[in-house]
Write a protein that binds this ligand. Structure first.
Ligand SMILES: [Zn+2]
Length: 303
């Protein structure tokens, strides 16, 4: 009896000292705060059991306009590391992120993508298009940056993060092949994707689609009447069968476009809803990969 009591005490002692690390919370896990679901997904896959991940923006939230709430600020303050996309995606959070960066590791994971592989943002001089997750090849750089940030925060578990990353990176490489294979089945003349805002340029570039958005790269500037009329004319002239709603942009914008096309004597369908900027990570472990398959499923009517 006495012996087992002693063992329990020793275990409790070891456990409590093991937890007293400056870089983790009471559970002993590294406390990660990610801005968007796709980054939260990467952190969960690479961090596994070693991390506790909180994602600030839920599915359908517009990251261009998103401002940190009081609750977010307290989460950010408690975080061991903060992971965000960068490339001006979280434009309205710039100040908060900068402030946090003075105190803790705050990493813009997609700014590790080589400049020559990035696309320029047409509407903004000297800025890059931030929607890099739409090219699986490029997203692998961001995931690698997540790995490096976790290792820097929790060096003793380096080997585990590397092994998890290796496994996930391999899955992404496989995903890239499957995306290419599926989307290549769409006839070239039908590879025109029209959505609510310019989130899909990387997608178009990587998988051979001509992409047109009603609004620009950011949703900050609203589409003018002329933009709507020009795009409507393009759709009617090219007899494009479907246009797509985005979960993070009001549906009425695409409905206005549909009405403008109708006034030009052509009926265009509204296809499914695409998650553009804030994906629905239904199953966190398979989140990004699952969402890719759901994107491909929604594009199937174009086949
Ligand atoms: Zn966007």
């Amino acid at each position: 009896m006495k012996k087992s009591f002693l063992i329990i005490t020793v275990i409790m002692f070891l456990f409590s000292t093991g937890c007293k690390k400056s870089d983790s919370d009471q559970s002993g896990k590294v406390n990660v705060v990610a801005t968007i679901g796709m980054i939260g997904d990467a952190a969960q896959n690479v961090g596994g059991e070693l991390v506790e991940v909180v994602t600030l923006m839920g599915p359908g939230v517009d990251p261009h306009l998103y401002k940190a709430s009081a609750q977010d600020v307290s989460r950010l303050t408690r975080a061991d590391i903060i992971l965000y996309n960068g490339l001006h995606l979280e434009a309205a959070m710039g100040e908060v992120l900068e402030k946090m960066g003075e105190k803790k590791s705050t990493v813009p994971v997609s700014e590790t993508i080589p400049k020559e592989k990035r696309l320029n943002a047409d509407d903004y001089e000297n800025q890059y298009d931030p929607h890099v997750w739409f090219d699986v090849e490029l997203w692998r750089y961001s995931v690698k940056a997540v790995r490096d940030a976790l290792i820097a925060a929790d060096k003793k578990n380096k080997a585990a993060y590397e092994a998890n990353w290796q496994d996930y990176d391999q899955k992404l490489a496989q995903l890239q092949n499957e995306v290419l294979e599926t989307l290549n089945k769409i006839k070239p003349e039908q590879k025109i994707l029209i959505t609510a805002h310019d989130a899909f340029n990387y997608f178009g570039n990587a998988y051979g689609f001509e992409v047109k958005g009603l609004q620009g790269i950011s949703t900050v500037a609203e589409a003018g009447t002329k933009d709507v009329q020009d795009l409507a004319a393009f759709i009617a002239d090219n007899k494009i069968p479907a246009i797509f709603v985005e979960s993070s942009v009001p549906r009425k914008n695409i409905e206005a476009l549909q009405a403008a096309v109708k006034s030009k004597g052509f009926a265009v369908e509204i296809g499914g809803e695409l998650f553009s900027d804030a994906w629905e990570m239904k199953e966190l472990v398979k989140g990004l990969i699952w969402e890719w398959f759901s994107i491909m499923y929604r594009l199937l009517p174009m086949l």
